[in-house]
Design a protein around this ligand. Structure first.
Ligand code: HCA
Ligand code: CU
Length: 382
């Protein structure tokens, strides 16, 4: 039996790199500084930024964030090229994430290098970065569609070259939790350095895969705020936090959880999206209770239908009474909130009337309140 407990882990927040590859993203320097400050306050351990070689503003932004007061370690994400590595170091980063494609697709359609060429080029860059005192990561793009013997050969060579960590990337979102666990677990036995996981969400597995990576022995997980990134993105910061919180709250106490919602609102507004309703923790309906069976139990003890305590995130819950599934306990709660002292008989009768009205049309809280106040409501059967 393997031990599935999670040891120490670090978040590499890539909203300012992978997130820049999102369809709606166009960050100004000020936007990046604002997001970096918010993530610094939240307490992520690393921020990964776009390579300074991408454009003049990318370089300016990297230098600006390198110079800001911060607790996170600053990384930039580069191809296995010496000119890019030199520029990254010159910009003042703490670490460099190198990536190179190892799948047949990448080798054929991207850089066209053989396995030995990949190893030789990368060795030179890793040893240069190490000589500059730079924390260095080496990752193989499209790991899951690569020949595993090949990638393990490359990882072992980079481990021997002295990288701080190797990265596994599910670039096209084909991995599933079990495959992720197995690959990372095997890698854990093959290298001594730390292991990072970067997972895309094309089939909805990005959070689960990140968890399984941690359980398999990964030490670093890439996230972006709301999961924004190339196509439909990667493991979302909030989703990963939710997943870990539901296993053991202590795992995420090192972050300022009360800031999650405002960080998401900030990034959402800058990239022109809303927080989807089904987003873990911060989705509009994440703590919305409706059916009578649920609301009755939640009113007595929220834990009965909540795995996550919204107050840990500075949020509240809502009890919905304006629908046909309402139960009389929830109606009693609403009556109490209105300051109405109704008998159980009255409450049960009001509940019957609310249900009858809700069968006729979509009702609102005003309709419920009107029934409770004994006001005549248009359309209410007597
Ligand atoms: C990309 C690169 C990357 C890199 C991941 C990593 C990916 O395709 O844009 O450096 O580990 O998904 O492979 O984001
Ligand atoms: Cu990616």
């Amino acid at each position: 039996m393997h031990n599935h407990r999670i040891a120490e882990f670090h978040i590499i927040e890539s909203t300012l790199r992978e997130g820049e590859q999102f369809e709606g993203t166009h960050f100004s320097t000020a936007d990046k500084l604002e997001i970096a400050q918010a993530l610094d306050a939240f307490g992520v351990e690393y921020l990964e930024l776009t390579t300074p070689i991408a454009s003049p503003q990318s370089e300016t932004d990297l230098r600006a964030i390198a110079a800001m007061p911060r607790r996170f370690r600053l990384l930039t994400h580069i191809r296995a090229r010496m000119d890019e590595a030199r520029l990254a170091v010159d910009c003042g980063v703490d670490g460099v994430d190198i990536y190179i494609g190892t799948s047949a697709y990448m080798r054929q359609y991207s850089h066209g290098k053989s396995l030995n060429e990949i190893i030789e080029t990368s060795r030179g860059i890793v040893s240069f970065l190490k000589s500059q005192g730079i924390e260095t990561r080496f990752s193989t793009e499209d790991t899951f569609r690569s020949n595993l013997a090949d990638v393990f050969t490359v990882y072992r060579a980079m481990d021997l070259e002295g990288v701080n960590r190797v990265g596994v990337a599910d670039t096209v979102g084909v991995a599933d939790p079990l495959r992720t666990y197995n690959l990372i677990h095997s890698l854990r036995m093959a290298v001594d350095c730390d292991i990072e996981f970067h997972g895309h969400n094309d089939s909805g597995c990005a959070i689960a895969n990140a968890l399984c990576a941690l359980q398999g022995g990964a030490t670093h997980i890439d996230t972006t705020v709301l999961g924004i990134g190339e196509r439909n993105g990667i493991t979302p910061l909030g989703g990963l936090v939710a997943r870990l919180y539901t296993m053991d709250r202590e795992l995420v106490r090192k972050y300022d959880l009360s800031l999650l919602h405002e960080i998401e609102l900030l990034v959402a507004s800058k990239v022109g999206i809303d927080i989807p309703f089904n987003t873990p923790i911060t989705g509009r309906t994440a703590f919305h209770h409706k059916a009578g069976v649920h609301t009755n139990a939640v009113l007595q003890n929220p834990t009965s239908y909540e795995a996550i305590d919204p107050t840990d995130f500075g949020l509240g819950r809502s009890i919905d009474v304006a629908h046909r599934l309402v139960g009389w306990n929830a109606v009693r709660d609403r009556a109490a909130a209105l300051g109405l002292a109704l008998s159980e008989t009255d409450l049960r009768a009001a509940t019957t009337r609310i249900k009858a009205l809700a069968d006729l049309r979509r009702i609102t809280m005003e309709d419920v309140d009107a029934v409770l106040r004994g006001t005549v409501v248009v359309g209410l059967p007597e």
